[in-house]
Unconditional design. Structure first.
Length: 427
């Protein structure tokens, strides 16, 4: 076997010498060159060692990966598409002016002793004091994005929560506009502000219900309140999360529990709040709202579909009108259903708590005939489960919408028609 291998290698060597000779001399005819190449391939093939499948086993029409340049171009195009409509929001307040006022630290001593400490003619001492003067000063910042050419801007409620502050919007081209807060959503960390301008660039709103784990996410915002239009890229790393957001914004403490939010590892820094979370088409799929403290790149965004009715409500009525059903409920899980011997494992179990009764008196739910211990399993055909909570599904509708509730009442399935009302103030 070794002698045969040596003979073959010798033949290959001779063939290579001939090839070099031909390559260095007169150009060989095409047919001869092709025959020579085939000859070498046939000789070398038996000695090739590889763990890869033969090339013929892989379809030539199916690319194994997307070229990096195409992916990068998609990110660049998405940022270019959305950036003109991303704004910075500056929070300013009248804060006390602290001055240095003269004082005598030995003023309480008897006059005969003051001379030993400089007396009134000695060294002058000062201390900070409040003279009643104030000055307008920047105390925070956030982000937002323009949703209508006439100046409607969507942002987080916690960015503009201080009713004693004034707000300035800085557009992508550096123009500054005084901003008015039109509405703050009572149940979500969303707000709509307005600037007096026309012909403004706007973002394209996407469909957050179609998001999938692993798809690209792009965050844009006013990072740290000083680096406008900062871009970070990651993926959608979680869906339907529940978080409690807390932090100082504009000098106050804000805490809110938000359900059904998007989790992403695209870096969301302080100041990014209210900015858009984009997909690779440059569409807004979420509103950046919070970051997990003590973690590495775990941020959260409110799905854009939850904000669409806020935008439409402000455009039609000038305020945010939130749809209201009027029930308290317990989100079912298989373990809860098993422990309480319930007929279904998913849905919203209508049940009272220390906060109030299961069904609010005179509410749309009460008028429709919903009872305590009913299990609402569907709203207009949408199944109620851990990814589609009852409150979230109701929030996607508008005040006055009629919806069909599928209810399991003691094992019997019934359908109730409900006209959603306007959420009362303070609820």
């Amino acid at each position: 076997m070794d002698s045969e291998r040596k003979k073959t290698l010798a033949v290959i060597g001779a063939a290579l010498l001939v090839g070099l000779f031909l390559g260095a001399g007169v150009e060989a005819p095409t047919a001869h060159a092709n025959a020579f190449t085939d000859f070498l391939n046939n000789l070398v093939a038996p000695f090739s060692v590889s763990n890869k499948p033969a090339a013929s086993s892989v379809s030539s029409t199916t690319p194994l990966y997307q070229p990096v340049v195409s992916y990068e171009q998609a990110v660049v195009d998405s940022v270019k598409k959305a950036t003109p409509a991303v704004v910075s929001i500056v929070i300013s307040k009248n804060v006390p002016v602290v001055e240095q006022c003269p004082y005598n630290p030995f003023g309480n001593l008897p006059p005969e002793f003051q001379q030993f400490f400089g007396g009134t003619g000695g060294a002058t001492f000062t201390q900070p004091c409040d003279t009643g003067k104030t000055q307008l000063q920047q105390v925070g910042g956030g982000s937002g994005f323009i949703v209508s050419p006439d100046g409607l801007i969507l942002t987080n409620k916690h960015v503009v929560s201080d009713t004693n502050a004034s707000y300035t919007v800085i557009t992508n081209d550096g123009t500054k506009y005084p901003a008015k807060v039109l509405a703050r959503d009572p149940n979500q960390d969303l707000a709509v502000v307005k600037i007096d301008a026309v012909g403004l660039p706007t973002v394209t709103l996407g469909d957050s219900d179609s998001l999938e784990l692993g798809q690209t996410a792009i965050a844009i915002g006013n990072a740290l309140g000083q680096f406008s239009n900062t871009v970070s890229v990651g993926v959608i790393s979680g869906l339907s999360r529940t978080v409690t957001a807390q932090g100082p914004v504009g000098g106050g403490q804000n805490q809110e529990t938000i359900q059904g939010v998007i989790q992403t590892d695209a870096a969301i820094n302080p100041g990014n709040s209210g900015g858009p979370l984009l997909n690779l088409r440059g569409e807004v799929v979420g509103i950046d709202t919070a970051v997990a403290s003590g973690a590495q790149n775990i941020g959260f965004a409110i799905p854009i579909n939850r904000a669409k009715h806020d935008i439409a409500s402000v455009e039609s009525s000038g305020s945010i009108e939130t749809p209201y059903l009027g029930v308290r409920y317990l989100e079912l899980t298989p373990s809860i259903a098993k422990a309480q011997n319930l007929p279904v494992t998913e849905g919203a179990l209508v049940r009272g708590s220390a906060a109030g009764p299961a069904v609010e008196p005179n509410s749309p739910a009460a008028q429709a005939g919903i009872q305590a211990e009913d299990i609402i399993t569907q709203v207009d055909g949408q199944v109620i489960d851990e990814n589609h909570l009852l409150g979230d599904v109701i929030a996607e509708h508008n005040v006055g919408d009629r919806v069909a509730l599928t209810v399991n009442r003691g094992g019997k399935i019934i359908t109730l028609q409900v006209a959603l009302g306007k959420r009362p103030a303070g609820t």
